[in-house]
Design a protein around this ligand. Structure first.
Ligand code: FES
Length: 272
């Protein structure tokens, strides 16, 4: 059992949880994730580790309520427990002093990007961060991202914060102004695909973090398979980060929608 120490709502559908998990807290690196199960009948939910506190033995998770399992998770209060929490899983981001790096986060993907921003800054990089969301209230962790960024650009669809527009508009400007060595993008698959195309235009390698359905998280079930450079890979052990230009985006998008009908009807049943 893993105790929820703190629970707060960052936005109407975005929930933050601090969970007691001392062994994970001492080992986790930027880019890694956990798989949790609320109870013994629960679906397995993969979530990026946003932050750790090894002294307190806790990890920080942020998720969006998008279906039955995340709605159920959001109902867990401080002091209550989660049955299983496995991690840290996946390969960590390769952190190094590259020089000028660009980090792009969209929606709840900002939470997954935050540990990379922090680690890149600590490694001595010049960090430019672009955060994008539909509205101001969905721009998560803006202040914390600002702390670890040399430059922070915010884009919202409706212009309620920062500039009205999409993250690729800001990427174009940064690529024209700076000699960016490497870039990372985390967010919805469509956003990551277009970030990849923009980076490719400027011949900058860009890494994306893929979040397909996961079951065991150990490379055994094949549930998280993705095609990378025409080869089958498992996001849980080979990823979750891959070079964006090597991802088969059409297949990935299709697989992400594979159980959409079932997910919608399970959520409706749960909400009744
Ligand atoms: Fe089973 Fe990756 S989750 S192989």
């Amino acid at each position: 059992m893993f105790k929820v120490i703190k629970r707060s709502e960052l936005a109407p559908t975005e929930v933050e949880m601090i969970i007691e998990a001392p062994r994970i807290a001492t080992k986790a690196l930027a880019g890694q994730f956990v798989i949790l199960r609320i109870d013994e009948f629960g679906e397995r939910i993969p979530l990026t580790i946003v932050d750790t506190n090894s002294e307190k033995g806790s990890i920080r998770l942020i998720f969006q309520v998008i279906g039955k399992s995340t709605a159920q998770l959001a109902r867990i209060r401080a002091g209550e427990n989660i049955k299983d929490l496995v991690g840290p899983l996946g390969k960590a981001t390769e952190i190094d002093n590259y020089g000028n790096v660009l980090l792009v986060g969209g929606g709840v993907g900002i939470a997954a990007l935050f540990p990379i921003i922090k680690a890149m800054k600590k490694a001595g990089n010049h960090v430019t961060t672009i955060l994008g969301a539909k509205t101001a209230e969905l721009v998560l962790l803006a202040k914390e991202c600002q702390t670890y960024s040399d430059e922070l650009i915010i884009m919202t669809d409706d212009g309620s914060l920062g500039t009205a527009g999409i993250v690729t508009d800001a990427m174009e400007k940064i690529f024209q102004q700076q000699n960016i060595v490497k870039a990372w993008a985390i967010g919805p698959s469509k956003m990551m695909k277009y970030c990849t195309l923009t980076a490719q235009k400027y011949q900058v390698p860009i890494y994306v973090s893929l979040n397909p359905i996961m079951i065991d998280g150990t490379g055994m079930c094949g549930g998280c398979r993705v095609t990378i450079a025409d080869t089958i890979k498992f996001a849980c052990v080979d990823g979750p980060e891959f070079l964006g230009n090597e991802v088969n985006w059409d297949e990935f998008s299709k697989r992400m929608k594979q159980y959409q009908k079932e997910e919608v009807s399970a959520f409706k049943r749960y909400q009744k």
